[in-house]
Design a protein around this ligand. Structure first.
Ligand code: PMP
Length: 287
């Protein structure tokens, strides 16, 4: 499956030929935002919601959106059409463009607009059935974690500490409360109730997070959005990670101790099935 074609500043071209300036503020300062949209059966999933989140990110860093949503939609469809494969992940990046290195915003500089496609790799059956181990850590990132910024050094350092420990993710706490993980949102199940931390400046407002809460509401599964203490996470019956690529994934060990009975729990299995059914019915509806 070939996913070699990308888009850069008005042109579709092979990834190996796409070049940006070393003065690009994305490279120099991490001054840009990004999005990742999953594509199922060649249909972008919740594109409007992803574009809305990108607009929020751009507003937060005071970078005017270079394209209207109609154009983003057209480019997305064209990128899908020019690449192979049924299920893709589309990456979008907008930076403040290339300018002489100076912290303040440059004047009259065109933003850099980049999009690429890759295969959408969702968790293998074995991971869904057994869950994954995670570690815990202190959330030392900045205070604008709701912005999908390309400045991801904090997230990269945290993720690597998980990898170094043989874990899939690191579940983060700030001031004694659950925030999220390095590249996923986190849900807790206690006494049959699904708990989710509120969407605020300390977490990325996940599109999958919203889907999971909508599915819980539609299936009348008890759920609550509220601050979750670290001690509650450590005593959880179930713990889940969610993201566009992980979908819903059970955490079965935390810092080397089993979560619940150490197997993906019944509420997880229900939610995983609801998510798969939803994908089948909504995302893969007959073309
Ligand atoms: N939090 C962080 C820090 C992430 O990087 C991601 C994935 N990009 C998420 C949460 C999940 O977001 P989504 O469900 O939109 O993929």
């Amino acid at each position: 499956m070939n996913t070699d074609i990308c888009y850069l500043n008005g042109q579709f071209l092979p990834l190996s030929e796409a070049k940006v300036s070393v003065l690009d503020r994305g490279f120099i300062f991490g001054d840009g935002v990004y999005e990742v949209v999953p594509v199922y059966s060649r249909r972008p999933f919740r594109l409007a919601e992803h574009l809305r989140r990108m607009q929020r990110s751009l507003d937060a860093i005071r970078l005017p959106n270079p394209l209207p949503d109609t154009e983003w939609t057209k480019l997305t469809n064209e990128l899908v059409a020019r690449n192979g494969g049924d299920d893709l992940s589309i990456y979008y990046e907008v930076t403040r463009g290339a300018a002489k290195r100076d912290h303040q915003f440059p004047v009259g500089v065109a933003p850099t607009v980049f999009m690429m496609a890759g295969p959408l790799v969702t968790p293998a059956r074995e991971l869904v059935e057994n869950g994954v181990p995670c570690i815990t850590g202190t959330d030392f990132r900045w205070l604008m974690c709701d912005v999908k910024s390309v400045s991801l050094l904090g997230n990269c350092l945290l993720k690597q500490s998980a990898v170094d420990a043989g874990a899939a993710e690191i579940v983060l706490f700030r001031d004694g409360y659950l925030t999220e993980a390095s590249a996923s949102n986190v849900f807790v199940v206690k006494d049959g109730v699904i708990l989710a931390p509120p969407k605020n400046h300390l977490v990325l407002p996940g599109i999958t997070y919203d889907v999971v809460l909508e599915l819980a509401a539609a299936a009348k599964l008890p759920h609550e959005v509220r601050e979750i203490r670290e001690s509650e996470v450590k005593k959880a019956d179930e713990l889940w990670l969610t993201s566009s690529t992980k979908e819903v994934l059970a955490v079965t060990a935390l810092d080397g101790k089993p979560v619940g009975d150490g197997k993906p729990g019944p509420v997880f299995r229900r939610m995983w099935q609801l998510y798969q059914d939803f994908k089948q019915q909504v995302m893969r509806r007959a073309a």
